[in-house]
Design a protein. Sequence first.
Length: 309
Amino acid sequence: MGDVAVGARSDADGPERRAEDEPVERGEEPTAEPDGGEDTEDVAKRKQQRSFLKELPLLIGIALILALLIKTFLVQAFSIPSDSMQNTLQRGDRVLVDKLTPWFGAEPERGEVVVFHDPGGWLDESAQSDPGGIAGAFQGFMSFIGLMPSAEEQDLIKRVIAVGGDTVACEKNGPVTVNGKALEEESYIYPGGTPCGSEGFGPVEVPEGRIWVMGDNRQNSLDSRFHQQLPGHGTVPVDEVVGRAIVKAWPIDRWGTLPVPDTFAEKGLAAAPAAMGLAGAVPLVLWRRRLRASDAGRTARATGSRIED
C-alpha cells in the first residue's frame, strides 16, 4: 500500500514536467524570449528602420534617373522670365513643355505656344547670369532633373503664328494676316494692345522647316518682327524648338491648359499651301490617267478586244 508504482508521477510536478517535455508541433520552432525582456514589436520596428535606411539611397537614385528620363523625353518645367506672353503667361509662371511628340517627327503648328533655343542674336548673353554659390548649385541640380530652368540655357517662349510655306504680314495698326486671312486675336493678345504696333511688317514668306513666332504682349515682345536683319529673317528653325507648352503648372491658382486659339482652326488659313498642292497634283493625276489609258490600249490590241471611250 505504501509503495509507489514504478513510472508514476506526483500531481505536484506533473504539469511542469509536461510543459517541458511536451514535443514541439511539426513546422514550429520554439520562441526565445528577447534579452532583457525587450518587446518583440520594438525589435521589428528597428529592423524595418534599418532596412529603409539601407534602401533609401537606391530609391533616391531611381527617382533621379526617372526624373532625368522624363525631362529628356517626356516633359520639362520652364519658368517664364518676362512679360512678353501676358496675359496668357505671367512672369514667374511655371509651364510644362511636351518634349515627346517632337521625337516622333511632329512639328510646331500655328497657334501653339512653344519653347525654343535662341537661334542666334535674340538674347543678350551678358544679361544671363549664374547665381553661383549654394543657390547656383541648387538651381543646377534642379535644372538637371527638369524642375527648374538652367541658368546656362538660352530659351525663349512665344506663340507660333506661321509655319513653313506661309506668308505672314501686318499693315500699320491692322490685323496679322496669314496667307491673306486675318487672324482674330482678341482672345489671347494683351488687353489694350494692337496686333502688330504702329509700324507693321511683311509680307514675309516663311521658309520650309522654320516658324514665325510672336509674343501675346505685342508691345513688349522682341519676337520675329525685330530680328528680320538676322539670318532666317526673324524665323526660327524647327530644330531649335524644345517642345510645346501644354500646361500652366504653377502657381496653383493659375493652373490651366494652353490650347490653340480657334482662329488658327478656321478654314482658308492654309489656302495658299493647299492651292499649291492642288496645282501640283493635277498634272500628276492627268499623267497617271494617260499612262493607264495607254496600258489599256496595248492590252486591248494584244487580246483583240475593243475599248469604249
